[in-house]
Ligand binder design. Sequence first.
Ligand code: ZN
Length: 130
Amino acid sequence: MSKISASCHCGGVRFRVEAPEWVLDCNCSHCRLYGALMAYYPQRDVTFEADDTFIYMWGDRALEMHHCRTCGCFSHFTVAGKTDAEKIGVNARLMRGLDPAHVPLVQKNNGNDHIFWTKSDRPVLPSHDI
Ligand SMILES: [Zn+2]
């Protein structure tokens, strides 16, 4: 499968990954504000060509939420203290040429309020299911 290119608005964050088989709409307190659609990969499978980010953390500070230092896009999250995590999340909205008609969308109720702006024909995953 060919790699897909992803970029924030200004190009300060750019990476390449395999096209995702599905994306996640998470309604947690962070993702819902950014409208992020997350795709998950082993960290070693995400090739960053530019990574000029600032990190935002909250709560248990287990995840580092990376945002472009220039344009502010939420580009990805990594696991705090790890550089080779088995799973990191990247924002599929940054991916160029990805056709939503061919990528299943799964909703996850991390916000515990069952409010989603997206539509999905798949069951909503409960919090902490992935
Ligand atoms: Zn940017």
